[in-house]
Design a protein around this ligand. Structure first.
Ligand code: NAD
Length: 364
């Protein structure tokens, strides 16, 4: 999997696409609504490229470009490892979702998605909601995660969080010889949708949970739901002495600066692209004796859930398929040992094997 490389700032987008092997990149702009978006299709070998739309106040356009290219590549591997007939795509809208988001902007974005004729199917991500999927759905049918009352599968976050919980149990099994999380300490970074649902599962199993967020209202919300959680400062998250660190905010939180600070045995969380530099940071984690549960393996529950809208299965079936992420995660953690590679590399190889055999079949 490719690596974020800030030194590439200024490199033409097309050469970066070529290196990362993307099929298509679309820039979308609309002066009236203020829409500025990028849609990246990494691969359609296994099926249409499905991936959420993120709305975030990126520092600059290059940062948004890297994010969408990396996220869409990750979606290709996520769908493959989860056994879904989907390719990898992702979109980012540049803007502050709390200030700049309007129904008109979302509808306009839906028009751009429609122009891709189903090669890209969108869904919810950081900064977008199922209500937004409803607005997008007024202009395109290529949207998943719409509200239940509109025939959609609703918020994927509970299913994502359940998958993360199952993957975390597999990592616990590998690290301590038992999947039981009772009595374990877990630091959850990000008290958003995934972080909140994950906290519920952990507390129900008897784990002790510490959480942080950059927004006070998110902290208030999780404290109202789970008064027993301990709140920590977002700045202190990495140096916490804990069994498990669960990144559930944004990507690249495992990097050259943060890894030396970590005082945990396991990293298992819902955020996408947790490793800033895939190769170097995987190695650093292993050298510190930290077991990393690959993000795109354990956070596939949301994708499994939105896939149900395409395949017509129920939330119960999505939960059943997500339950199996325990076995899939454990298999990949074992494979890493057998091959003597990082857990991330073992996951990418598992994903690529399925994609390569589909390519061969198509050529036969
Ligand atoms: P969300 O927006 O509901 O929650 C993210 C939370 O992280 C927010 O409360 C935000 O304030 C907080 N945050 C941002 N930066 C932070 C920081 N530096 N320190 C602490 N908190 C910080 O998003 P979500 O849906 O919960 O998704 C969380 C992560 O999981 C994202 O990386 C997303 O891409 C990934 N993910 C989500 C799903 C899903 O179904 N929602 C599926 C797969 C992957």
């Amino acid at each position: 999997m490719s690596t974020y490389n800030p030194s590439e700032n200024g490199t033409p987008a097309m050469s970066i696409m070529e290196r990362m092997n993307h099929e298509q990149l679309v820039y979308c702009f609309d002066a009236k609504t203020g829409l500025k978006a990028l849609i990246a299709i990494h691969s359609t070998v296994l099926g249409p490229a499905l991936g959420g739309t993120r709305m975030w106040m990126y520092a600059n356009e290059n940062e948004a470009l890297y994010d969408v290219l990396r996220l869409s590549e990750g979606m290709t591997y996520k769908a493959s490892v989860a056994g879904l007939d989907l390719g990898g795509g992702k979109a980012v809208i540049i803007g502050d979702s709390r200030r700049d988001k309007t129904p008109e902007l979302m509808r306009k974005y839906g028009e751009f998605v429609e122009r891709l004729n189903g090669h890209y199917i969108t869904a919810e991500d950081v900064g977008t909601s199922k209500a937004d999927m409803g607005f997008i759905g007024e202009r395109t049918q290529h949207v998943t995660g719409r509200p239940e009352q509109e025939g959609g599968s609703g918020d994927p976050s509970p299913v994502t969080a359940f998958g993360v919980y199952r993957g975390m149990k597999a990592a616990a099994m590998k690290a301590w010889g038992t999947p039981d999380l009772g009595g374990r300490t877990v630091v959850v970074q990000g008290a958003g949708n995934v972080g909140r649902y994950l906290t519920g599962h952990l507390l129900a199993e008897g784990a002790q949970v510490r959480v942080c967020d950059v927004f006070d209202d998110q902290i208030e919300r999780i404290r109202a739901e789970f008064p027993q959680v301990q709140v920590i400062s977002a700045d202190d998250v990495y140096k916490q002495e804990t069994d498990i660190y669960a990144p559930c905010a944004l990507g690249s939180t495992l990097n050259d600066q943060t890894i030396p600070e970590l005082r945990c045995r396991v990293v298992a969380g819902g955020a996408n692209n947790q490793l800033a530099d895939v190769e170097r940071n995987s190695k650093m984690l292993a050298e510190q004796g930290i077991l990393y549960a690959p993000d795109f393996v354990i956070n596939a529950g949301g994708l499994i859930n939105v896939y149900s809208e395409i395949k017509g299965y129920t939330r119960e079936e999505a939960m059943e398929r997500t339950t199996a992420l325990y076995e899939q995660t454990l298999k990949i953690l074992e494979l890493a040992d057998q091959l003597g590679v990082s857990t991330h590399e073992a996951a990418v190889r598992t994903a690529r094997t399925r994609i390569d055999s589909r390519t061969l079949l198509a050529k036969a």
